[in-house]
Design a binder for this molecule. Structure first.
Ligand code: ATP
Ligand code: MG
Length: 376
């Protein structure tokens, strides 16, 4: 059965000891698979890691639209990786997944889980029997009714509801390549696990901003506990490529190359920048829009969080964040320290496996997916 698991940092327990699993990140621009063994050791050990590009338009807004193309790329990926298992964990980030904070009447945990279907049915955009449901308990609190002043005890939860068909698209594509999806997980939760494997210096919340090709995920967690999740479909680095393509009538590849070569212009605010090429203005303007969206998302979290919430820092991830000038601009706009999310503290990488260049960055999602496998 497929399910979206609540986040947990525990893994490698009981019968799950010494298992081999592949974390599979199916992204708009490429597929990445990392095989880990989950042994007695606290950290999973990386065994194999390979990536391959995915044909354009096989995925759109984080949803599989061309199952045959994805299956073919996965077959090629397995041929390249020579993995020792066909069991995979996949990550999902698209608008078919609803993540929402809710207050529901308190019940003992077993009853609460059983009643969840009935309690959340009305809040879902799809019929409840067409959704995979899970939740993460944020807090147990007492709330006072605005109208009659009565106090009731509630479980404050982060509800995760995935429309079955958006999960099924990935599962069918994987099956087409002879793979078995043992678990589908929320991609932002995978990022949190990767980030939280490094002991926090303090309890203050930290944000993770993951800029992909077609989807940007913004997450806030405190010490591994998710606080806020937003996946923004159709907002990613491909937006910049598309704007260049439209403006200059370039091929996709030309627009990609120009975007990467030019990057953003970094003139201080208020000064008129001298662009290296007129296209750099397009890149800069589009990147400003992307950063504005991220900033608005985090401002929304801060304004809606109860109490005085502050963020200690932002961890940046996803190849879209490699655009020259973007990290600096984001740090300025958010007025927060910024660091790169690194998976290398979360997992053990044997010396014989050299992963350099872009490798480690693309390992964050597969690693975080596998870190969740031992979770209940
Ligand atoms: N050096 C670079 N500078 C700027 N942008 C880059 C660079 N390398 C890759 N990108 C951009 O990053 C994006 C791909 O990011 P990533 O690989 O994280 O996305 P994805 O996982 O394939 O897509 P998604 O998760 O959105 O489905 C592309 O738009 C690409 O142009
Ligand atoms: Mg991605």
């Amino acid at each position: 059965m497929l399910w979206l698991a609540p986040i947990s940092l525990e893994h490698g327990k009981g019968h799950l000891m010494a298992r081999t699993i592949v974390g599979l990140d199916i992204g708009t621009s490429g597929v990445r698979a990392a095989e880990f063994s989950l042994g007695r050791h606290r950290k999973p050990a990386l065994r194999k890691f390979v990536t391959l590009p995915l044909p354009r338009d096989a995925l759109r807004r984080g949803v599989v639209v061309d199952q045959a193309a994805v299956a073919q790329s996965l077959r090629a990926l397995w041929a390249k990786g020579k993995f020792s298992t066909k069991a995979v964990v996949i990550g999902i980030a698209n608008e078919g997944v609803l993540v929402r904070q809710m207050d529901l009447d308190w019940m003992p945990p077993a009853d609460f889980r059983k009643a969840l279907h009935y309690q959340v049915a009305e809040a879902l955009p799809v019929p409840v029997n067409e959704a995979n449901l899970d939740y993460h308990l944020l807090d147990e609190v007492e709330v006072t009714d605005e109208h009659d002043g009565t106090v009731r005890r509630v479980n404050r939860i982060l509800l995760v509801a995935a429309a079955r068909d958006v999960v099924d698209g990935f599962v069918t594509a994987a099956q087409g390549a002879g793979l078995r999806v043992t678990r589908a997980d929320l991609l932002p939760f995978a990022l949190i696990r990767t980030a939280a494997s490094v002991p926090a210096e303090h309890q203050q919340a930290e944000a993770i901003v993951h800029i992909g090709a077609d989807t940007t995920s913004v997450v806030v967690h405190s010490d591994g506990r998710p606080r806020f999740v937003r996946m923004i479909p159709s907002i990613g680095s491909n937006t910049i490529t598309k704007a260049l393509q439209d403006r200059y009538d370039w091929s996709w590849e030309e627009a990609e190359r120009s975007k990467i070569a030019l990057g953003m212009h970094s003139a201080p605010v208020g000064e008129t920048p001298g662009y290296e090429h007129p296209a750099q203005q397009v890149v800069t303007e589009e990147a400003h829009k992307l950063v504005a969206e991220i900033r608005a998302t985090l401002e929304f979290f801060i304004s809606s969080a109860s109490g005085s919430e502050t963020l200690s820092k932002v961890l940046l991830s996803g190849a879209g964040s490699w655009l020259t000038g973007l990290p600096e601009h984001l740090a300025d706009e958010l007025a927060l320290p910024l660091e790169w999310l690194s998976p290398l503290d979360a997992v053990r990488v044997p010396r014989r496996l050299r992963i350099d260049g872009d490798g480690p960055a693309h390992l964050s999602v597969p690693a975080g997916l596998c870190l969740g496998v031992g979770a209940a």
